[in-house]
Design a protein around this ligand. Structure first.
Ligand code: TIU
Length: 230
């Protein structure tokens, strides 16, 4: 029988199921979090995302100890940009576009230093890294097949940015039948208002896309899973 631990989440308690739950860490890449990358090229203050790093590092450690499957994603494109639709390449008026040289290599291009995950949250050996061309982690990736093969039905969703890649991925996951909990202090936005409303939208209408809880609720539940496993 699957062990479960209840998380005090909104709008209702969330059943954390051992062996069926994965932690998804979305796009914690230098291009979004450091000056000179894609995030800044769009006119954003990247410092707003840094607050996510300490709680997410703590959650990652607890998830690893509890034996959860951990999946990291990276948004980015092939060097020839053949997987980047013109609608994405040409949208808006960024000071630099995807593929242009940035402070950490070509912006949002796979294999470049800026495209990779920040050192504090580097994937551990054996953790899956999903490279995605879109905002959602399920579009044009093997994520659903990977989760299905591992028997995963529940997702703890973290990363950046709340209203863009976190939301798109949560909605994609919800439509595919996953029970999603968005960890509120482990997701970040360049816009405080979008952060607040983005979290409200997930849990509104009885949990239309899923649940929301912070690390103060989720980490003790992970620790309880670890204890009951012993
Ligand atoms: N611009 C913005 O808020 N986000 C993105 O472009 N990608 C992700 O959210 N990862």
């Amino acid at each position: 029988m699957t062990r479960t631990v209840e998380v005090a989440a909104e709008p209702s308690p969330y059943e954390l199921a051992a062996g069926r739950t994965a932690l998804i860490v979305i796009d914690m890449q230098r291009d979004f979090l450091l000056p000179g990358g894609f995030g800044e090229s769009l006119g954003n203050d990247v410092d707003r995302l840094r607050v996510v790093v300490p709680p997410l590092a703590a959650l990652l450690a607890a998830a690893r100890t509890a034996g959860l499957m951990v999946i990291h994603t990276r948004e980015g494109h092939l060097p020839d940009l053949s997987d980047c639709p013109p609608a994405k390449l040409n949208r808006g008026a960024p000071s630099k576009r995807i593929g242009d040289p940035g402070r950490y290599g070509r912006i949002l291009i796979r294999g470049e230093y800026g495209h990779d995950i920040i050192d504090e949250l580097a994937p551990a050996d054996g953790e899956v890294v999903i490279d995605k061309p879109g905002k959602g982690a399920f579009y044009a990736t093997a994520l659903h097949d990977t989760l299905t093969a591992a028997g995963i039905t529940h997702l703890l969703i973290t990363g950046v940015t709340t209203e863009v890649c976190v939301h798109t991925t949560t909605r994609e996951a919800n439509d595919r039948g996953y029970e999603c909990l968005v960890v509120s202090d482990c997701v970040g936005s360049y816009f405080p208002e979008f952060q607040r409303v983005g979290l409200e939208m997930v849990k509104a209408q009885g949990g239309i896309f899923g649940w929301v809880a912070d690390t103060a609720a989720v980490i003790p539940a992970l620790n309880a899973l670890t204890t009951t496993a012993a």
